[in-house]
Write a protein that binds this ligand. Structure first.
Ligand SMILES: [Zn+2]
Length: 96
């Protein structure tokens, strides 16, 4: 089952985009307004499936910024991606 095709994800994704006013949150940090085209998992799904649908772990981004969060050849986070994990705190603090 492809997670990104599930109704749960579709619903959560639209909630997050609405929360972020359909704008890229990373661009906003630099005073730019860019339309968000996707929702990023701050802690990657591969490593933290339990955070897949936790709002605090989700972030609206433009494609350009999303590409800067992950290393090109793996799911590993870049320094920029890791910055966001620090901003939201440790994984255990995000669970209800
Ligand atoms: Zn952006």
């Amino acid at each position: 089952m492809n997670f990104y095709k599930t109704r749960h994800w579709e619903k959560k994704r639209s909630i997050i985009l609405r929360r972020d006013k359909y704008e890229c949150r990373e661009c906003r940090r630099y005073g730019k307004t860019t339309v968000a085209s996707m929702v990023h998992h701050i802690y990657p799904r591969e490593d933290y499936p339990e955070l897949s649908l936790i709002s605090q772990n989700l972030l609206s981004l433009c494609n350009t910024c999303h590409q800067k969060m992950h290393a090109r050849t793996s799911h590993e986070l870049t320094d920029k991606g890791l910055e966001w994990t620090k901003r939201i705190g440790p994984p255990t603090s995000l669970l209800p």
